[in-house]
Design a protein around this ligand. Structure first.
Ligand SMILES: Nc1ncnc2c1ncn2[C@@H]1O[C@H](COP(=O)(O)OP(=O)(O)O)[C@@H](O)[C@H]1O
Ligand SMILES: [Mg+2]
Length: 466
């Protein structure tokens, strides 16, 4: 900075921002005060500049807001679910199905108010949206739309498909699909066999032919479902089935073990592109953490019943829940029924196959081991053991440890769903002892016995209330 800067101060008519009116700066003094004045001059300039920029920013924001008002209104009015690109219908057969496309395109499916604001998607990492579905004569009902993965995961699978087909991360996805293992099954292949899909996801970690026949027979993303023969599916439908199985098998779990037949899962409705529609169940279990004691007892009883039903049923399939947490269950608002809403991580073991193959120790009852873990809602298990034993206590262990007992922690709260029992329940310590034994058994096969007694005890407590 040279002398000329000081000269500008000249008459001293300029004011510092904090200077009172009428007070003027001293005229430029001679050295040694010159550099001090120069600093003052600079901060004076920056102060003005700062105020000016702030003003411009505010004006800018206002203008952007005004200019975008119509966009804001438009996004409230427009139904993006009729847009093929938005629901990634253009990516089929690298998608989850098309059975609900007519409903989407007809505008029968629409986001709920806030869900229409696309910029909020930034926060919706899970890509789960609440929506309305309207049936001409039935009125509307609430549904849930799932993309089955985050944008990152969906992008990754596209890249994998392209890499597998062309060696490059970007390509024509539809063409590429025909060059991947998703196109491995053609009309000449009779059945979907375990060797093709084993290990692709939890549903098929250890698949039996009986399970895969069931998956194909109940596959709803085809016109005439009901056959376990692959020749009855179109090429694209076979690819979509395999793609779903590999990416996130949840829709196939819901279809193969349907709620209509008493399975404790959300009802599968259909898919279009990469949007899957399921019935809205209700608020998540976490919302009931501080519900009245009687209601919590009823929810706990249902959770233990779910653990039992998924472990022992007439179909000889054991469904082990690997992701048991307060946000993966929801409660129906009218009937108070507990439902599993996240079925991505469910291992299905065919007990008939295990009895037939007789792997080592297959008939020795398996007791899940409790291991310390510093994360919330974690579980210890070996997928291979779940797949090779007939009698496994995993589901009781998971429900007791992560939801019911005093050891369960969720969102920083420890105590479990059955926290703070009333004095008459707490006094003999029976409930706490059962929950402790179910979580960290001290006796041999103690968890099996505790789970049984806990179900009986909770049923008795629920009955006393009724
Ligand atoms: N069918 C449903 N009914 C009600 N709420 C649901 C349903 N499906 C999902 N949700 C809500 O959306 C959340 C995320 O869905 P989820 O399938 O668990 O995604 P993620 O696999 O990413 O955990 C759930 O924790 C639950 O609160
Ligand atoms: Mg979840």
């Amino acid at each position: 900075m040279g002398q000329w800067g000081l000269g500008e101060l000249g008459s001293g008519a300029l004011q510092w921002p904090h200077q009172r009116q009428g007070q003027t700066l001293p005229t430029a003094p001679r050295s040694p005060c010159r550099s001090e004045n120069m600093l003052r001059f600079l901060s004076l300039k920056f102060g003005r500049l700062y105020r000016c920029l702030k003003f411009l920013l505010l004006v800018g924001l206002f203008v952007i807001l005004v200019m975008n008002t119509h966009n804001l209104f438009a996004s409230f009015q427009r139904n993006e679910l009729t847009d093929r690109r938005f629901i990634n219908l253009n990516k089929c057969p690298a998608c989850f199905g098309t059975s609900w496309c007519r409903k989407f395109m007809n505008g029968q499916v629409s986001f709920e108010t806030w869900g229409r604001l696309r910029f909020l998607d930034f926060f919706n990492v899970k890509n789960v949206h609440f929506a309305q579905y309207g049936e001409p004569r039935e009125g509307t009902r609430r549904i849930v739309l799932k993309r089955l993965g985050s944008n990152q995961e969906l992008g990754d699978i596209d890249q994998k498909i392209c890499k597998r087909a062309t060696g490059r991360p970007r390509c024509d996805l539809i063409q590429a699909m025909y060059k991947t293992e998703f196109a491995r099954l053609n009309g000449d292949v009779r059945l979907l066999t375990p060797d093709v899909v084993e290990g692709w996801s939890d549903l098929v970690h250890c698949p039996s032919q009986r399970l895969l026949d069931r998956v194909v027979r109940r596959y709803a993303e085809t016109k005439d479902s009901g056959s376990f023969l692959l020749k009855n599916l179109k090429d694209t439908e076979r690819m979509q089935l395999l793609m779903t199985l590999a990416f996130n098998p949840e829709p196939l779990v819901l279809q193969s073990f349907p709620s209509d037949e008493g399975w404790p899962f959300a009802k599968y409705l259909g898919a279009c592109g990469r949007m899957v529609a399921v019935n809205y169940v209700g608020e998540e279990l976490w919302s009931f953490y501080n519900a009245p004691w009687e209601q919590r007892v009823d929810l706990a009883r249902q959770l233990m019943d779910i653990a039992e039903q998924l472990t022992n049923n007439d179909f000889d399939f054991a469904l082990y829940l690997l992701d048991v947490s307060f946000d993966n269950f929801a409660v129906g608002p009218r009937d108070g029924k507990v439902i599993v809403v996240d079925a991505e991580n469910v291992i299905v073991a065919d007990k008939r196959l295990i009895r037939q193959n007789k792997p080592e120790n297959y008939d020795v009852w398996y007791e899940s081991r409790v291991e310390d873990c510093d994360k919330e809602a974690c579980l210890s298990f070996s997928k291979d053991i779940l797949c090779s034993r007939v009698t496994v206590d995993h589901n009781y262990y998971a429900v007791c440890q992560n939801l019911l007992s005093r050891y369960s922690t969720w969102r920083g709260t420890t105590g479990g769903l059955l926290h703070d029992p009333p004095a008459d329940v707490a006094k003999d310590g029976h409930l706490e002892a059962l929950l402790d034994e179910c979580t960290k058994p001290k006796k041999h096969y103690g968890r099996y016995q505790a789970a049984k007694e806990l179900r009986e005890y909770l049923a008795q407590l629920s009955n006393n209330v009724r």
